[in-house]
Design a protein around this ligand. Structure first.
Ligand SMILES: O=C[C@H](O)[C@H](O)COP(=O)(O)O
Ligand SMILES: C=C(OP(=O)(O)O)C(=O)O
Length: 346
């Protein structure tokens, strides 16, 4: 009887879940390694971001790039242009490229290059890991600091050494698993406010991630492991608006800064000009950024950074036909010419 039950449950598991092995983090990192010079560059970029977030460096942190990367060629073209702009604006801004290979979805949809690199639902994750790491390595070699959202708790094991900044998205800020993961990350991490627009959950996340944790994960060989993490001292808030509207305006920023100070948390924050702060209209981002610059000009020094969703061309892909080059697959983006003109005014 017992044997019959266990056979039935095994069959049910087989019907609902199949698995395929993936390379371990160390296998992928050895195949596509970060050399000593690049590791030094990334450590220095992380420190610059820390300095901006703690107010020692007064330059504006600008995190800009596609909503999601789907095509290495257009991502590298964008990266070349951005590296040149970053060099030119270096006295007043520190530019980091959005290099997002995982996308959280409201319901279902394409989940990013890491999961589905062929864009056809084949979910060739082993290739996705390789292509993503390869692209991030090529972008970092342009001298660019890189930012991504860490969505799956294992993704950082494969890509974390290439990142100078990471986000925890609005949909996962409340997750204990993500807070535990951040507790063990070596780079500054921004927690986005929740999709409801409230900041309490993100503030709780910052508090939790700054503490040590013991939790389940994988080790470098990909084996299940108990992980013990030290706590991340470099977490901060990212305002991205919410269901009731934006939260980038002067009143919202002042209120948020006061709340962070009252909690004894870092009041210097980043504001996302996209998502609910632009009503998901990419062409609204310049107006949001100009408002933030005006707030800084009027003395609001707690706005340490801004985020833009930007690609080579405006907008997003249409529903049908061939993919247009340099156009976002996920959220609409601001095209390069508008991005460049906007950032030159910073
Ligand atoms: O930044 C991207 C999107 O806003 C996020 O991934 C949610 O996308 P969706 O609502 O289209 O699923
Ligand atoms: C998904 C993103 O943002 P949010 O979590 O704020 O929706 C993003 O920045 O790509």
């Amino acid at each position: 009887m017992q044997q019959l039950q266990s056979t039935a449950s095994q069959q049910q598991t087989e019907a609902t879940r199949r698995s395929q092995p993936l390379p371990s983090p160390v296998t992928l990192r050895d195949r596509l390694p970060v050399d000593a010079a690049l590791a030094g560059q990334i450590a220095s970029h992380r420190q610059t971001i820390r300095n901006i977030l703690n107010g020692e460096d007064s330059r504006l942190l600008i995190i800009t790039g596609p909503c999601s990367l789907h095509d290495p060629k257009s991502a590298l073209e964008y990266g070349h242009k951005l590296a040149e702009l970053a060099h030119r604006l270096n006295d007043r801004a520190f530019i980091v490229m959005r290099a997002y290979v995982e996308k959280p979805r409201t319901t279902v949809g394409w989940k990013g290059m890491l999961y589905d690199p062929h864009l056809d639902g084949s979910h060739d994750l082993a290739t996705g890991l390789t292509v993503s790491r390869h692209l991030l390595l090529d972008l970092a070699r342009l001298g660019l600091p890189l930012a991504t959202e860490l969505l799956h708790p294992m993704a950082g094991d494969y890509l974390g050494d290439l990142l100078s900044w990471a986000a925890i998205g609005a949909r996962t800020t409340e997750s204990q698993i993500h807070r535990e993961m951040v507790s063990g990350l070596p780079m500054p991490v921004g927690f986005k406010n929740g999709t409801d627009g409230g900041i309490d959950v993100a503030c709780d996340a910052m508090g939790s991630a700054s503490h040590p944790h013991s939790h389940m994960g994988i080790d470098d060989q990909g084996r299940a492991a108990l992980l013990q993490t030290a706590g991340n001292p470099d977490t901060h808030l990212v305002l991205r608006g919410g269901h009731d509207g934006p939260n980038y305006d002067a009143q919202s920023v002042t209120r948020t800064v006061a709340a962070l100070q009252q909690r004894g948390q870092n009041p210097r924050l980043i504001v996302d000009c996209s998502h609910a702060n632009s009503g998901k209209d990419p062409l609204q981002q310049p107006a949001v950024l100009r408002d933030l610059l005006a707030q800084r000009g009027e003395g609001q020094q707690h706005i340490a950074g801004v985020m833009l969703e930007s690609h080579l061309n405006d907008g997003r892909q249409g529903q049908e036909g061939e993919l247009a080059y340099g156009v976002s697959i996920t959220d609409g983006c601001l095209g390069w010419e508008k991005t460049c003109a906007l950032l030159e005014g910073v």
